[in-house]
Ligand binder design. Structure first.
Ligand SMILES: Nc1ncnc2c1ncn2[C@@H]1O[C@H](COP(=O)(O)OP(=O)(O)OP(=O)(O)O)[C@@H](O)[C@H]1O
Length: 462
């Protein structure tokens, strides 16, 4: 045992040493693996931790604030609306700043909206604060909502110290300006009830592309300016109507002989305010209840038009006759009181105004209850053609602003009644290139002289 032991011991110690070397090696290897794993684990976590820490630190040190407006409508249509408003607002700013521009179509807007390219920015200034807008694009695609299109967003960056003015005032300014631009550029639409069953609902008729403008409307300058002023004041009086607690609506009555420009004036009003036109055919409405339903459906920023109110409003109960002339059934129809109730009840939330325009060739036939202020706030007479109105027509149709024959025409217009439609007809018929402007004027003089003679004849025979 003694011999063996040393031997064994020798061998034993050699074996033990070998084994312990192996063990050590394994232990080192294991600890290296553990260390590596630990390092990786630690590094990963440490990295993440440090990143978070730096981000936090950076955030506290960063002097800027950022707000994002995204076109991803998965968050609701309001998101997309705000994005569109921002884009429209920036279209004005970027047209003279950005080197590359893109033209985007916006729903219901006539002209394409110019915008910057992805990655580019545009600066804006408001009350001494400079802010920066940048267009970005999400890397991830939202297949569900946009197919293969990437979501885009505008980032607004501004100094933290200006947070109050930017969040409180600037953003409101952007929204208001953007919305106003959209409204001004909006494709107007014409609706009518005449083509729908019993005239009980509104139908889209067509895009409203009437070229009439106040500039080309033949009317005395002062009167025209007064109307434009009134319309602008009305369309921008949201706060006022809110303050006085009244629905945001205004009634106009246009009266005058046929051909004096009542329909043309309505078109000019719609174009001025960018309001859609709701043309109400009263004779197609079968009952007061249907009328009420129709009027309540008119959205804000619209004009409700009832033309020839003296003819179209059947304000008594009517009897429909059969072939033998006997009364067959009573048709319920719109009554004056039903119409008045609808006008009075026309509700307007404060999101936009509603204009009512009634026209008539016979103002004297209208019930005074219909004409009173609050229902018809402004009564506008559309007269026969005066000299000032003629000059506008001559400029529109012939491009002539002054001529030696004008004096004669002025004298004749004082003596005879001619509508702007008739004057326009004479100018347009000859002004299509076949005749010179002067020949058109001479022809108009002949027409006016003839009219004068006729009118004189009428007076004598009377
Ligand atoms: N004041 C005006 N300014 C410019 N153009 C006019 C004016 N009045 C009439 N016109 C011309 O005459 C045409 C007929 O006018 P408009 O239909 O507007 O008259 P109205 O008063 O509405 O007639 P009605 O009572 O028969 O409906 C218009 O297309 C327009 O070209």
């Amino acid at each position: 045992m003694v011999n063996v032991l040393p031997f064994m011991g020798y061998h034993g110690s050699a074996g033990r040493e070998g084994m312990s070397e192996m063990g050590l090696g394994m232990a080192i290897a294991a600890s290296m693996v553990v260390m590596t794993m630990f390092q990786e684990f630690l590094l990963k976590h440490l990295q993440g931790y440090l990143q978070r820490l730096f981000r936090k630190l950076f955030k506290t040190l960063d002097p800027n604030v950022q707000i994002r407006f995204t076109d991803d409508d998965s968050g609701g249509p309001k998101n997309y609306e705000a994005y569109t408003v921002v884009e429209t607002y920036l279209s004005v700013k970027c047209s003279d700043q950005a080197p590359r521009l893109k033209a985007n179509a916006v729903r219901d807007v006539k002209n394409p909206v110019l915008c910057i390219d992805v990655g580019e920015g545009v600066a804006d200034e408001f009350k001494g604060v400079t802010v920066k807008w940048q267009l970005g694009e999400d890397k991830e695609q939202s297949e569900m909502f946009r197919g293969s299109r990437k979501n885009r967003y505008y980032t607004l960056t501004f100094p933290k110290r200006n947070r109050e003015i930017v969040v409180g005032e600037y953003l409101r300014h952007v929204m208001e300006e953007g919305k106003a631009l959209i409204a001004r550029n909006r494709q107007l639409k014409l609706y009518s009830n005449s083509s729908s069953e019993h005239g009980a609902s509104w139908r889209y008729i067509m895009d409203f592309d009437h070229p009439a403008k106040f500039d080309t409307l033949a009317m005395e300058k002062e009167k025209k300016e007064e109307i434009i002023d009134d319309l602008f004041r009305f369309s921008t009086s949201r706060e006022y109507y809110r303050k006085i607690g009244k629905p945001w609506k205004r009634g106009y009555l246009l009266y005058g002989p046929p051909g004096t420009g009542k329909s043309t004036m309505i078109a000019a009003m719609a174009n001025l305010l960018s309001y859609d036109v709701y043309d109400l055919e009263l004779s197609a409405v079968l009952s007061n209840a249907n009328l009420k339903r129709l009027i309540n459906k008119i959205p804000c920023n619209s004009i409700l038009v009832i033309e020839d109110i003296d003819c179209s409003s059947k304000i008594t109960k009517q009897r429909e006759k059969n072939n033998q002339g006997e009364t067959e059934k009573i048709i319920e129809t719109v009554t004056l009181s039903g119409l008045l109730n609808c006008i009075d009840g026309l509700f307007s939330a404060n999101d936009g105004g509603r204009l009512m325009v009634f026209t008539t060739n016979h103002v004297e036939l209208l019930d005074s209850a219909l004409l009173r202020r609050g229902r018809m706030d402004k009564h506008i007479e559309m007269p026969h053609c005066g000299f000032e109105a003629f000059k506008i027509l001559a400029k529109n149709y012939l491009g002539i602003e002054d001529h030696e024959l004008f004096a004669k025409i002025e004298g004749l217009l004082k003596e005879s009644f001619i509508t702007p439609a008739d004057v326009a007809e004479n100018l347009i018929a000859r002004g299509n290139g076949e005749d010179s402007g002067e020949e058109c004027l001479k022809k108009l003089i002949q027409v006016l002289e003839k009219k004068e003679e006729e009118e004189m004849g009428d007076v004598i025979s009377d």
